[in-house]
Design a protein around this ligand. Sequence first.
Ligand SMILES: Cc1cc2nc3c(=O)[nH]c(=O)nc-3n(C[C@H](O)[C@H](O)[C@H](O)COP(=O)(O)OP(=O)(O)OC[C@H]3O[C@@H](n4cnc5c(N)ncnc54)[C@H](O)[C@@H]3O)c2cc1C
Length: 460
Amino acid sequence: MADSPTVFDIVVLGGGSGGYATALRATELGLSVALIEADKVGGTCLHYGCIPTKALLHAAELADSARESERFGVKASLEGIDMAGVHSYKDGVISGLYKGLQGLIKAHGITYVEGYGRLVSADTVEVDGQRYTGRNVVLATGSYARSLPGLEIGGRIMTSDQALTLDHVPSSAIVLGGGVIGSEFASVWKSFGVDVTIIEALPHLVPNEDEALSKAFERAYRKRGIAFSTGVRFQGATQDDAGVHVTLENGKTFDADLLLVAVGRGPRTEGLGYEEQGLRMERGFVLTDERLRTGVGSIYAVGDIVPGLQLAHRGFAQGVFVAEQIAGLEPAPIIESGIPRVTYSEPEVASVGLTEAKAKEIHGADGVETLEYNLAGNGKSKILATTGFVKLVRQKDGPVVGVHMIGARVGELIAEGQLIVNWEAYPEDVASLVHAHPTQNEALGEAFMALAGKPLHAHN
Ligand SMILES: Cc1cc2nc3c(=O)[nH]c(=O)nc-3n(C[C@H](O)[C@H](O)[C@H](O)COP(=O)(O)OP(=O)(O)OC[C@H]3O[C@@H](n4cnc5c(N)ncnc54)[C@H](O)[C@@H]3O)c2cc1C
């Protein structure tokens, strides 16, 4: 292998979704890259986020299938959850992907540096006294699980990091935060037989979604027996041998075996030399322009440290964008609202583009048209025994600006929604495309047929 250059085209700090995507794309374009990672390449998503949670959710789905099998004429029963077995399945998935990623890093000729880096000048990162200089620097140090003031993590009070490796199934759990991460853990635990209560300060669960989805999600969780409190803020929590005891600002109390704190993720930027180098920061996040330039030297920032959706695929896209930008390809800036969002719970929630409320803010109350297509009319959803709907938001006489869905497996349908919104398709365009029967995708086709004024199996 050739010796590493003394000055790299790019020095990337952080090997998570954003950082490794930058490195892979940049080397494909012939650039030399040093990728610095303190823990494991793959970052939060692969080791402590997307992949482990989705493995747990799949195990949870199997538990539900066994429990409900009789409804489908299949004689099976759920004997219990073997957490050691669940972890060995989950860890097997992670280690397979981890090996694959390490292979890709090697095959791309990326100089991989193990260690904790710090930005010491506008073009140099220092790791254990060794300096790595780049014509460009990409910061991708990611995020950590936040807590609330006075709420210390430890013992029965945990974040997703500890919850992912829990060696037993608790009998009850309180989930603080009804956003994506909290809702996904609540879903897993309920399927595993845990008594779950979610506490959310905002008026709804999955509060960033279109209100129609949030309300339907709450109905579905209520039906599953997942308890929740919304609209009241958390006040404090204590723990003892018996369990955790949580108090809300209205005086209401809850007790359980454990408390999962899922109140969002903060940027991992402290003590890394960012402020010292003059980067513009806000609440710890690194501010950039739409081309992800920080404005200091040739420093870029990608992923969870940049304000916006904290999602792995946003990190991938930003990494690819920055690599292409540095290589002079002048890629088109990423439109944040065109990034799909999925909550992988049971039921799933998936959306892309504008909510009805946001679309009305932009286009005026009379400038927006919406349509809800109920999954009751969709054969495949009936077969799967799932309920839910597709909600479309279009600019009046204009393109589709939002696609929102709830129901089992709808996360897989968002790919089509994303093409429609990002390509600014008209309902009439999509309505004339043939969707395979019986698929859940067909629900999207039928929703667009209904919005184009020619409904087929619509039961609204
Ligand atoms: C429980 C959970 C579930 C999630 N599920 C999903 C999902 O289903 N879909 C989805 O899209 N997103 C999901 N996410 C979010 C997703 O994981 C993040 O958006 C994504 O990992 C962000 O990528 P990143 O590159 O910005 O940061 P990270 O993945 O956090 O990577 C940053 C890396 O930088 C390294 N690092 C930090 N500081 C230094 C330093 N000074 N020196 C060297 N290395 C350093 C860290 O070790 C880390 O590996 C989930 C997150 C969590 C916690």
